[in-house]
Design a protein around this ligand. Structure first.
Ligand code: FAD
Ligand code: NAI
Length: 472
């Protein structure tokens, strides 16, 4: 049940953007309904994105540790085998636990939950079509579009989620493929490529551009690629996929063509192909055209600095608007848009949004890369510290990677921090906070860090940016 009488705000989409927006609205005293069509809250992130992928990354990492490393620490486990159905069940249990948790949060905060497809039928009405086809219309002062993004493929390549899969299929493969080709060396390709590679698939990544992990600092991306190569993942950079053809006998032939000096031209065979070439905003049957709500060339809903579309009562947040497609970015926008609706003020600092690739080692960053600073002509200092010189990394026998600080030459203000290493995703939070407060590298360098911890590597890199590190 949900009310159709006038709400203060109706949010369409129950992902990290939409569900957080819903809870925040209720906390601010607004009458709010969240409309979600997939039958579960949490959106892409909790159902087929962040959460299941991280569960599989955790489980496959443990499998790799058990088969390759543990014996060296005197932990001898004999007959270690992979039980993929159990691994997938564990992933599913994690997902269900978290998505049902959001339903409880809705109840606790008095957020109404309308199960069905939402369509904007006027600037103050959202029509909800339930799975059985029944329709109801909710009256509302404001509407927030939080419909997220969906899988894209290459022209002429049809995803069947069994042999040619998107990230969704790659989270539920029934067996480990002998050979896997990953099209696109971005976040999804590297994370899910790592999962199946660790579980035994011979994995090859085909990437159009000359580098992997677009958006990461160039030096980090190069070292990261080397690290993944050591883990037996192969790369064809500057290589374009021209066709993906299913063989009648099973498996797939992928034809590729070099588009640069290091590229490869030829055919590659695989049992499973993962297509991970980016995602597109999801605005299917949302009523945008009918209501004249503007979108940009990439199909993203256009907004002003207050998340407001050209129709004043309609707002948009998350993957469906510009900016990085990240759960925590969507959440921040969900809070900001409701604060704006309540009081006219709401703000997201896009200069301090962290990015994390949850491989092993992890890669995490915030702020600008060395390439971006050079291009804009900013003078900067570089401070680096390798984990090989960090005592906790040594005790963990996990010394790959480094921390890189970029700070302004004149003021020492932190401009960017880039970490490759175990737990980089946890460690980056300190630098995000520092940037949020406009801190200098000296501020971090003079902050006491517990010993022995990996985060001492962050402190040492900060010391190196404004003076000298102690331990190298
Ligand atoms: P979504 O999460 O896409 O939610 C939108 C929701 O709206 C969906 O549930 C959809 O069913 C619903 N919806 C759409 N249209 C309608 C309609 N008309 N009516 C009703 N409901 C509708 N990000 C990270 O930050 N960290 C990660 O580790 C990470 N890992 C990822 C791994 C994978 C494999 C993928 C695919 C993505 C990952 N992401 C990650 C990205 C993250 O999932 C998205 O950035 C995030 O989910 C965006 O949130 P959102 O609320 O904008 O949209
Ligand atoms: P992406 O944009 O990260 O990477 C796509 C890659 O595919 C790019 O490197 C691009 O150059 C390449 N590419 C495009 N067309 C190609 C072609 N024809 N042949 C070969 N390569 C081609 O997109 P991805 O990995 O699909 O992820 C989608 C979104 O999901 C990202 O925006 C990301 O933010 C989000 N995500 C975030 C995660 C995280 O935060 N840890 C994890 C997974 C996804």
């Amino acid at each position: 049940f949900y009310s159709t009488g006038e709400q203060d705000v109706v949010v369409i989409g129950g992902g990290p953007g939409g569900y957080v927006a819903g809870i925040k609205a209720a906390q601010l005293g607004m009458k709010v309904t969240v409309v979600e069509s997939r039958g579960a809250l949490g959106g892409t992130c909790l159902n087929v994105g962040c959460i299941p992928s991280k569960a599989l990354l955790n489980a496959s990492h443990l499998y790799e540790q058990a088969t390759e490393k543990m014996a060296g620490y005197g932990v001898k486990a004999t007959g270690v085998t992979l039980d993929l159905p159990t691994m997938l069940k564990y992933k599913e249990k994690t997902v269900v636990g978290l998505t049902s948790g959001i339903e409880l949060l809705f109840k606790k905060n008095k957020v109404e939950y309308a199960k069905g497809h939402g369509k904007i039928t006027s600037p103050n009405q959202v029509e909800v079509t339930a799975q059985d086809g029944t329709k109801k219309t909710i009256q509302t002062k404001n509407i927030v579009i939080a419909t997220g993004s969906e899988v894209t493929s290459l022209p002429g390549v049809t995803i069947d989620e069994e042999t040619i899969v998107s990230s969704t299929g790659a989270l539920s493969l029934k067996q480990v493929p002998k050979k896997m080709i990953v099209i696109g060396g971005g976040v999804i390709g590297l994370e899910l490529g790592s999962v199946w590679s660790r579980l035994g698939a011979e994995t090859t990544v085909v990437e159009f551009t000359p580098r992997i992990a677009a958006g990461a600092d160039g030096e980090v991306a190069k070292k990261f690629q080397k690290s993944l190569e050591k883990q037996h993942i192969k790369f064809h950079l500057e290589t374009k996929v021209t066709s993906v053809v299913k063989k009648p006998t099973g498996g797939v032939t992928v034809t590729v063509e070099a588009v640069g000096g290091s590229g490869f031209t030829g055919t590659l065979d695989a049992d499973v192909v993962l297509v991970s070439v980016g995602r597109r905003p999801n605005t299917t049957n949302l009523g945008l055209k009918e209501q004249n709500i503007q979108t940009d060339k990439q199909g993203r809903v256009e907004i002003n600095h207050n998340f407001q579309t050209n129709v004043p009562s309609v707002y948009a947040i998350g993957d469906v608007i510009k900016g990085p497609m990240l759960a925590h970015k969507a959440e921040e926008e969900g809070i900001a848009v409701m604060e704006y609706l309540k009081s006219g003020g709401g703000h997201v600092n896009y200069g301090a949004i962290p990015s994390v690739i949850y491989t092993h080692p992890e890669v995490a960053w915030v702020g600008k890369t060395e390439e971006e600073l050079t291009k804009e002509g900013t003078q900067f200092n570089v401070g680096k510290f390798p984990f090989i010189a960090n005592s906790r990394a040594k005790t963990n026998d996990d010394t790959e990677g480094f921390v890189k600080f970029l700070s302004a030459k004149d003021t020492d203000r932190i401009l960017g921090v880039h970490i490759m290493g175990a737990s980089a995703g946890e460690m980056i939070a300190e630098s995000v906070l520092a940037m949020e407060y406009g801190a200098s590298s000296e501020d971090i360098a003079r902050t006491c860090h517990a010993h022995p911890t990996l985060s001492e590597g962050v402190k040492e890199a900060a010391m190196a940016a404004y003076g000298k590190a102690i331990h190298i």
